[in-house]
Ligand binder design. Sequence first.
Ligand code: GRF
Length: 188
Amino acid sequence: MVKKNACVFISGEGSNLKNLLKRSRDYNFPISIKLVVSNNPKARGVNFAKKHSIPCIIVNTRFRFFESIILNNLNKYKINIICLAGYMKIISKNFLRSFKKQVVNIHPSLLPKFKGLNTYKRILKTKEIKTGCTVHFVNEKLDGGRIIAQKSFYIMLNSNLSDLKKRTQNLEYSAYPEALIKIFRASY
Ligand code: GRF
């Protein structure tokens, strides 16, 4: 199978990066991770990328032209799809217009509910019965692009932030790979 070249954007732990890398080793999986972008030099995912010899660029988002640097590298590595995985920076309209290819994101809620930051805290506060994760295309609206896949679970009565995160992320590890398979099978 001819795989699509993917770039994963991270800012922190990188557990979704780890999971996608593991899945991408399957010869039937539609993507191969060719590049990692991080806006945080201390992100654990950066070490992980290095350990697995995946080229990794660290961008300083205070530099006005940081997105051009990313775009140049996306060209250099012939990237077909960007997978955002905990990247804590909003992708600009200009960037989306210039890249022109697919950009997908994973969000820890059942979108359109709970867009934005501090998701788990807000979910617990509003006493939701169900929650989950969503993989969606990225457009110019925050967490607002077309939904590709969603997975959900019932929240336990005594749930706290850490178990909500753990259960959500466990679902993410199957939802993200499934969404990528769906994208390339259904050719959106
Ligand atoms: C994920 O839970 C995702 O929903 C959110 O950021 C988190 C990143 O986690 N967008 P990790 O860095 O992949 O461990």
